[in-house]
Each structure stands twice: as C-alpha cells, then as structure tokens.
Design a protein around this ligand. Structure first.
Ligand SMILES: Cc1cc2nc3c(=O)[nH]c(=O)nc-3n(C[C@H](O)[C@H](O)[C@H](O)COP(=O)(O)OP(=O)(O)OC[C@H]3O[C@@H](n4cnc5c(N)ncnc54)[C@H](O)[C@@H]3O)c2cc1C
Length: 464
C-alpha cells in the first residue's frame, strides 16, 4: 500500500493532524495500535454515569482554540461549566479551603498567611528576570510570588495539570505563557489584568453532552476508512523516496512522509536507528503512571456542596489523591438524577507507586480520603479505576532543547515529523495546535519533494 503520509497514533494529536492533511488534499492513512481511536480522550458511559478516563474539559479561551471546535461543527453542541462552579478548592493537611474564583479570591481567603498574601500581591513590584538561565516552575513562582504561594498554590497546580513536581518541571517548557507574560508585561499580575481586557488569553472550559470523546469521535468519523485500528507500527525504515512502515498485522505501507503522534517512549523506540538524536530526546521525556478513580454517590450521602471544579492537593506523604474533579457539578448528565460523580487523580511523579495498588484498595482508600474532606457517609454506589501506565509527559529542565531537537527531525531526515502532547503543552488545545503546525510543515515538505512514492523495486535501495 502506498500513500502520501502515514500518521502513527490516533490520539487527538494524530487524528487532528491527519484531518488537516486530508483537508489539504493529501492521501493520508492513520495507523493505531488500539482497537479504538482517541488515545487518552475516552468517555465511558455506565449505569447512567459518564466517566472521563482522561481529559474532561477543553480550554477554548484562545481565539485559535475556538476555531478548531468551530471547524468541526462542534461549537453549538459544546457545553460551558455549570453555574455551581463557584469556587476553586485547595487542600492541605488542615482540609479543604474554598477560594472564590474572583480575581481577588486568594487575597481575600485565609488559605495563605497575611505575609504570604502580601508577598503574592507585591508581585508586580518584582523586577523582570534579566538572565537566560532556565528555572523550574517552583523557582519562578517563588521569585515572583513568594515561597508560600509557590508551595501552596503553584505546586498543587503543577500536580493537577501535569501530575508532576513543580520543583523539576521547567517554567519555559510547562507554562511558557507565564514566562512570556513576565517578559512582555514585566509582571504576571499586569499580564493577567491585560487578559481581562482581552489582550491575553484567559480560560473557558467546555465539553459536550457525551463527554470529551465527542471530539475524537467526530474526527474519527470524518477520517473514515483512512484509519486502521488494531495496527501497531513495529518499525520505520527510510527509503529513497520516503519511508517503509512495518506493522504487526497490516503488512508494509510506503509513504512519502511519516508523522509520529505516539507517546514519547514509543517514538524513542521507533526512531532508534532512523534518527538517534530524536530518539534520545523523546526517550528522555518521562511519563509516570496515573490512575483515575471515579466514584458515584447518592446525593444524600454527601454533606459538601461540591460547588467547584474539584480540588488540588498540596504535597502530603499520607495522602493518595493528588487532585479531584466534581464531575457532576462541572457538566450536566455526568450522573443519574440525585447522584453525584467525583473523579480522583492518583500517581504521577508525586507518587507513581500508588497506582500499582489493586483497584479495590484504591477505591477504598480514595473513598476514605474523600469521606473526611466532603462529609461522605458509606460506600460509593459505583466505583471504577482506569490506569494509564504512561501518564502525562514531564517537561523537566532541558525540555526546550529536547523539543527543538524533536521539531527539527525533518531537517535531518526529510519527511519525518512528530506531533503530540510531549512538545508544546499537554492540553488538548495544545495538541490541536501542534498538530496543525505539523500538518502545515508536512504539506510544505510534500510540495518540495519531487515525484511520488517509490515503486517496489526501489525498496531494495532502502537504508536503515
Ligand atoms: C488522566 C488525564 C487527564 C487529562 N485531563 C485533561 C483535561 O481535562 N484537559 C485537557 O486539555 N487535557 C487533559 N489531559 C491531557 C490530554 O488528554 C492529552 O495530552 C492528549 O489527549 C494526548 O493526545 P495525544 O494524541 O498527543 O497522545 P495519546 O492520546 O497518548 O495518543 C497516542 C496514540 O498512539 C497510539 N500508539 C502508540 N504506539 C503505537 C504504535 N506502535 N503503533 C500505532 N499506534 C500507536 C496509542 O495507542 C494512542 O492512541 C489529560 C490527560 C490524562 C492522562
């Protein structure tokens, strides 16, 4: 089989890159190891509940972000967060602290000490960083807002978004927009105020009645027979006019260009002989395991109002839950009438070992922990755990260098491209934007190449 482009991996990144290539008139084929598409983005319905095994929202605050949804005709059916999302909750050894979503929320709440609040509020007086040394998220936040804010707000946030450790994640890799705000406005607070005036992106979280899986399902339907599921790619070989892609059960496919939209450890293995530089860079991106434990309760079992998105936890050795979402407050239709649903996130780089506990034990421990925080009586009416043996990629110090090596693969090996959540952000929107950039690069490279795919006889000239 011959085609213009083979995209390996049908997660959001691969699907969206292939979709863009298809719209630009290319003959594209997607190979996916699993029997279904979507990768991390999976919405599962059972007993009247809707569990998001991976992502639960898409942030469309950037103008380009809403365009992705609009182009797929998914804007009108998208749902905003429910009206009861009124607070953000942070949890420390004392329990849960509800903080209003108002911009002054942190300043007015007693979660931070007076000294910590004053340090936070005087951020705009701190000088702009003048040297180019790379900082961790924690170093950046401590320098600008004080260590209390870094420990009690930013560290839980890094654990929530990346399931990572703010003391090892790079600010430039993980939160480039914050680093840019400092450089552009001299202060994050000034930058955020500019966002309120509409000059910088803010936050607008959406999903759909059938969950986030709507996005991958729509892309999958549009791509139709161009997708081969249950097809693991085993080997990539360079040929005179492109690549030979060897699969477990669909034989060999030849393509002029190839896009790897797989997890970084898979990319590292496939690139070992083809582009050792990219193999080293992708191989250095860890993705510690995550478990998502989803619990459903009857409303009368819970005293807490669940009037927020959920909660993020400060680091505490004795705790199992890193963060939780109040799914049935966020969107309608996540639980049957008179029931609520809560998703809890466990593991990541804080406590990867906890994900290996048996599901029953995880459910019991999570229920115990939630009971103390939310005033829950009894056992959940439903409980399910999903395991991600490779969770979210960690953008640790050095990430920007690794990213540049990966993004320039096509300069060393013409026709070789990568896209995915391990480059410029883990969110779905980041994946859609990276996928679009990659698709455009692929189109340019195909336009520059002469001729078509090599014929069978040319395969003898294949090089490793
Ligand atoms: C628990 C969790 C919660 C999250 N919450 C949010 C959220 O609320 N909002 C948000 O925006 N983002 C969230 N994210 C992040 C976001 O979901 C992911 O970053 C994104 O979905 C990754 O998409 P991807 O296509 O890059 O990678 P993946 O989804 O990992 O897709 C890679 C695909 O490649 C396939 N593959 C691997 N090897 C091969 C092979 N050899 N041959 C063929 N195919 C192969 C895999 O089977 C997989 O389908 C969350 C992620 C997780 C895990």
């Amino acid at each position: 089989m011959n085609c213009d482009v083979v995209v390996i991996g049908a997660g959001i990144s691969g699907l969206s890159c292939a979709h863009d290539l298809m719209l630009q008139g290319h003959d594209v084929r997607i190979l996916e190891r699993q029997t279904s598409t979507g990768g991390n983005a999976r919405s599962v319905h059972f007993d009247g509940f809707l569990m998001e095994q991976g992502p639960s929202t898409i942030n469309v605050a950037y103008p380009s972000a809403i365009n992705h949804i609009r182009e797929l005709d998914l804007e009108n059916s998208a749902r905003e967060l429910g009206p009861n999302v009124r607070k953000r909750y942070l949890r420390d050894s004392r329990g849960l602290h509800g903080i209003s979503v108002h911009p002054m929320g942190f300043f007015l709440s007693g979660y931070l000490s007076l000294g910590e609040r004053l340090a936070m509020a005087s951020e705009f007086l701190q000088p702009r960083k003048s040297d180019k040394t790379e900082e961790t998220i924690h170093q950046f936040a401590s320098r600008r807002f004080g260590t209390g804010f870094a420990d009690k707000v930013i560290d839980p946030l890094a654990a929530g978004i990346f399931m990572g450790d703010s003391k090892s994640l790079s600010i430039a890799g993980a939160f480039p927009k914050l680093a840019e705000l400092e450089q552009r406005h001299g202060s994050i607070i000034r930058g955020i105020l500019a966002s309120k005036r509409g000059t910088e992106p803010g936050r607008r979280l959406l999903s759909w009645d059938s969950g986030i899986g709507t996005l991958s399902r729509t892309l999958t339907q549009r791509l139709g027979t161009r997708i081969n599921t249950g097809t693991a790619v085993l080997k990539l070989t360079r040929t005179t006019s492109g690549f030979k892609i060897s699969t477990a059960n669909t034989g060999t496919i030849r393509a002029r260009a190839v896009v790897l939209a797989v997890q970084p450890h898979v990319a590292a293995a496939l690139l070992e002989n083809l582009d050792p530089e990219s193999a080293d860079a992708t191989g250095a991106i860890a993705a510690p395991p995550i478990a998502v434990t989803y619990l459903g309760y009857h409303k009368n079992q819970i005293t807490h109002e669940l009037d927020g998105l959920g909660f993020l936890s400060t680091k505490n050795e004795g705790q199992i839950i890193s963060g939780a979402q109040f799914c049935s407050t966020m969107f309608d239709g996540r639980a049957p009438a008179d029931h609520v649903a809560i998703s809890c996130y466990i593991g990541g780089s804080r406590s990867p070992e906890k994900t290996s506990l048996p599901d029953k034990e995880l459910s019991t421990l999570v229920n115990q922990e939630l009971s103390g925080l939310l005033g829950i009586k009894g056992s959940p009416v439903v409980s399910r755990t999903h395991h991600w043996p490779r969770g979210l990629p960690q953008y640790t110090l050095g990430h920007e260098n690794r990213r540049k090596i990966i993004e320039t693969a096509h300069q060393r090996i013409p026709g070789l491209f990568m896209t995915g959540n391990f480059l410029k952000g883990v969110s779905i929107i980041n994946c859609l934007e990276s996928a679009r950039t990659t698709a455009n690069l692929v189109c340019t490279s195909l336009e520059m190449k002469d001729g078509g795919v090599e014929d069978e006889s040319a395969s003898n000239m294949a090089q490793n």
